[in-house]
Write a protein that binds this ligand. Sequence first.
Ligand SMILES: Cc1cn([C@H]2C[C@H](O)[C@@H](COP(=O)(O)OP(=O)(O)O[C@H]3O[C@@H](C)C(=O)[C@@H](O)[C@H]3O)O2)c(=O)[nH]c1=O
Length: 196
Amino acid sequence: MSTLRCVALAIEGAFRLEPQPLEDERGGFARLWCRDTLRAAGLDEARLAVMQTSASFNRRAGTLRGLHFAWPPAQEAKVVRCARGRMLDVLLDLRPGSPTWLRHVAVELDADTRQSLVVPAGVAHGFQTLVDDTEVHYMMNEAWRPDCAAGVRPDDPAFGVAWPLPVAAISERDRDAPDFDADAHRRRWSAGGEGR
Ligand SMILES: Cc1cn([C@H]2C[C@H](O)[C@@H](COP(=O)(O)OP(=O)(O)O[C@H]3O[C@@H](C)C(=O)[C@@H](O)[C@H]3O)O2)c(=O)[nH]c1=O
């Protein structure tokens, strides 16, 4: 039976899911997501329901997206996998009160290993593609709402993320995001996402 290893990352509630494929002369079979495995690792029910799945496709190596999160009531947890190509995936803890507040982790994901990351709600997520034609698949437990979508600047010195490549493509919103204001973020978090 193909199984899935669930390895805790250095951010509270974040995991890497490592498929243990079974191979034969045709190819292989791998379990990519497993509710029971995640339950056993302590993830609560609310994080296990899939509301939407999405794909992001990126033409060029060096493309950068993020670091994104969502405010309530659309705060979302997500599972992220590289379906084609290779990328550096970054998670940044923006949950005030979390033991790993403002810590980030960077994990390489590629299509061959089929590993994915579990990103808890309130943790910002982003990636940089390492090769051309990289495709990313998401599963989210909340519906996306543009009015709740938020982000911080990926090169903000407050976070010190070491992106591996020169940026080949980035959205204006990500490139021009203001400096992170920790006090304003905490206030809005305490207000349940209300206010700006
Ligand atoms: C995220 C999203 C975007 N859109 C639209 C809005 C816009 O017109 C177009 C592209 O949106 P964005 O520029 O926000 O796409 P992108 O920068 O790829 O946004 C994504 O970035 C990564 C890092 C994440 O973690 C995702 O959750 C998501 O925020 O797609 C949807 O219709 N549904 C969605 O769920």
